[in-house]
Design a protein around this ligand. Sequence first.
Ligand SMILES: *[C@@H]1O[C@H](CO)[C@@H](O)[C@H](O)[C@H]1NC(C)=O
Ligand SMILES: *[C@@H]1O[C@H](CO)[C@@H](O)[C@H](O)[C@H]1NC(C)=O
Ligand SMILES: *[C@@H]1O[C@H](CO)[C@@H](O)[C@H](O)[C@H]1NC(C)=O
Ligand SMILES: *[C@@H]1O[C@H](CO)[C@@H](O)[C@H](O)[C@H]1NC(C)=O
Ligand SMILES: *[C@@H]1O[C@H](CO)[C@@H](O)[C@H](O)[C@H]1NC(C)=O
Ligand SMILES: *[C@@H]1O[C@H](CO)[C@@H](O)[C@H](O)[C@H]1NC(C)=O
Ligand SMILES: *[C@@H]1O[C@H](CO)[C@@H](O)[C@H](O)[C@H]1NC(C)=O
Ligand SMILES: *[C@@H]1O[C@H](CO)[C@@H](O)[C@H](O)[C@H]1NC(C)=O
Length: 735
Amino acid sequence: MAKRGAFSSLLSCLIVLLFLTPVLAVTNDHQEKQVYIVYMGSLPSRADYSPVSNHISILQEITGESSIEGRLVRSYKRSFNGFAARLTESERQLVANMEGVVSVFPSKKLKLQTTASWDFMGLKEGNKTNRNLSVESDTIIGVFDGGIWPESESFSDKGFGPPPKKWKGICAGGNNFTCNNKLIGARHYGPGNATDHSGHGTHTASIAAGNAVAKTSFFGLGYGTVRGAVPASRIAAYKVCAGECKDEYILSAFDDAIADGVDIITISIGDIDVYPFETDPIVIGAFHAMSKGILTVNAAGNTGPYTASITSLAPWMLTVAASTTNRAFVNKVVLGDGKTLVGNSVNNFDLKGEKLPLVYGKSAASSASLVKCAEDCTPNCLDASLVKGKILVCNRSLPYVAYTKGAVAGIFKDGADWAQIEGIPVSGLQENDFESLLSYIKSTNTPKAAVLKSDTVFNPQAPRILSFSSRGPNTIATDILKPDVTAPGQEILAANSLKALPFYDNTHVKYTIESGTSMSCPHVAGVAAYVKTFHPKWSPSMIKSAIMTTAWSLNASESGYASTEFAYGAGHVDPIAATNPGLVYDSTKADYIAFLCGMNYNATTIKLISGEAVTCAGKNLPRNLNYPSMSAKLSRTYGSFSITFSRTVTNVGTPNSTYKSKVVLNHGSKLNVKVSPSVLSMKSLNEKQSFTVTVSGSDLGSKLPSSANLIWSDGTHNVRSPIVVYAGIFPSLSP
Ligand SMILES: *[C@@H]1O[C@H](CO)[C@@H](O)[C@H](O)[C@H]1NC(C)=O
Ligand SMILES: *[C@@H]1O[C@H](CO)[C@@H](O)[C@H](O)[C@H]1NC(C)=O
Ligand SMILES: *[C@@H]1O[C@H](CO)[C@@H](O)[C@H](O)[C@H]1NC(C)=O
Ligand SMILES: *[C@@H]1O[C@H](CO)[C@@H](O)[C@H](O)[C@H]1NC(C)=O
Ligand SMILES: *[C@@H]1O[C@H](CO)[C@@H](O)[C@H](O)[C@H]1NC(C)=O
Ligand SMILES: *[C@@H]1O[C@H](CO)[C@@H](O)[C@H](O)[C@H]1NC(C)=O
Ligand SMILES: *[C@@H]1O[C@H](CO)[C@@H](O)[C@H](O)[C@H]1NC(C)=O
Ligand SMILES: *[C@@H]1O[C@H](CO)[C@@H](O)[C@H](O)[C@H]1NC(C)=O
């Protein structure tokens, strides 16, 4: 009966639409079609509802064609309702007005954000203290990326039993793609198969959940054991990027992964533009995942250090910035006069210390008028015959140009605070060293240098936020601090796909070194999985809270690339501390909906995100979402202010415990912070207690955001939340 009800409502649309379709059918041929996602919210709970036939009939109606061949791109039917289809603009308008359709938005293309790190974070290899391998082996991490290389030793299933009983996924990686008891599932959404051709998906999966593989290195660099946070856990790979990462693929992957039974989703994908929550597939997918108890961990993005560059903004996701570890790669340049300069590339090529002739681009200009652009090594400004066999020196980092012009090596001006692999021997010098190099070249008729193989160095200044890591503040939910935490994202050695080519020849490597928030994100997904093995019943926000409130506290820095809470959120993840946070800030789906109501989104927009009809009876100020950090954007910089945050903590530590509050002001801020009550006495586990934090002060016109830490301490646990008050978006923090 219910089925008829559903169809009769469609039928009424049909009658209206039939008048329009012939017109559309004519214009169809002339209008360009684009893939749109038609999102229909939660799945009806009726057993007799068939999403696919509903999707087909909707398409038939709006196109006026009985054959919808080539139109329906995919149906979302397992965890929420909707479909992706090729539509013209007028068809898009028609479908948007149909009953049951929540929203229609174009399928955009997102970008992939391109291990000693675990030791750095204190998660030591072989430390089985308190670890329960059978629980770890029941943990499944869903990796949304560019596929995976199943043959990697990092995904070997030696010693693994059959997949956990809860697993409902499949191995549908395409032709000849094989899974095993470690890589228990694979799906691909674009053309081809789930094989990873870029190496990115293999790298991220092995960081989160790869086996421990000993004696690994990149040509001797970074030698040691590569491993994921929870090496006993299983991996399900969802290939959502095939050349491009399309929204429709990403939504499909959420639809599948939720139903397949993954525990944590890691998604090192994002966009450089901010999209409204209601049209962002990661935001929508992560909301559904959260409502099914699955935490989504997302990369902050690589668009830093610019202020407000971050695009991962929803509070139900865990957003991860990238920072350094105590291991860095440097490579030295020894000049003909014996002076040594230190550059920042990962150079595996061993030229045996041989000193070779140097040529600065301007001395290899293809004509006198092209001297300036030859300093930059713009390809058509260089005369290859003057470059061949020499070390090319350029103002810009252009290894490929050096290679194509026949140079044996390159030395470039490169201000980056991280190093990468290139196809030829390369060193990147900071400005001062580059100028020393140029003076040396000027000083002699036969300038020479040796570009040495990279060395591993200890970096005592770690962790520091990397320049490329995207910065807040949050431009949509301005009272939610983003990013949430930081984790290692610099020069991470992890598994590679043998289809990927880091070089210009046919050299393939099983393990490679990459940097990015793409690498920090799976670190935190691994930590979330690790926490979940200790607390299988915890909600996504409890896990997130544990990771945030136990993070290492970081200090703001204004030197180099500015770094404040808008760069590191609550701080640097601490995997072991996160398993025992003492108190957590929990939020339910209803809380997130009340938050959206508080953002003054109307019921229509909220339905676009949550897939549910809401009334907004329970409205909450965004800053009062029970979030583990506290942030508020004030409307003006000058004058006095007073704002209050409400929070509720749940006791997950010691049954009978007393927590005292402590407030520490950060980087010279002059805030007045009052916590009420200032002491919380817990009598039992899972007991909840509420408190308020009132922050007052005046004149926020400082270069840094005014911030403090609230720490609840029972003597054993220190439950720390950053408090950040700001006005405007700190343009002065841009470099
Ligand atoms: C091992 O892990 C436990 C917690 O799981 C921690 O307390 C201990 O310090 C660790 N030991 C080493 C040597 O890392
Ligand atoms: C591991 O956890 C499972 C499930 O909670 C439990 O049955 C088992 O006894 C635990 N094993 C160890 C070694 O603690
Ligand atoms: C699958 O593998 C078999 C055996 O190696 C090969 O003959 C076949 O062409 C492969 N199929 C595809 C689609 O690559
Ligand atoms: C997997 O797909 C790629 C194209 O994406 C293709 O080059 C490759 O041959 C395919 N492999 C198999 C085994 O089908
Ligand atoms: C190249 O770099 C040098 C040294 O930093 C500088 O003096 C020169 O102006 C730069 N050339 C161009 C074209 O920017
Ligand atoms: C942050 O600054 C404080 C005070 O200057 C200092 O005591 C602390 O060690 C610093 N923390 C870090 C992580 O550098
Ligand atoms: C809901 O909000 C959206 C976005 O602001 C707006 O376009 C729409 O008209 C609103 N709908 C209603 C029913 O108010
Ligand atoms: C709880 O702790 C307080 C203070 O340490 C102590 O006086 C009280 O007896 C404890 N209650 C229980 C039930 O353990």
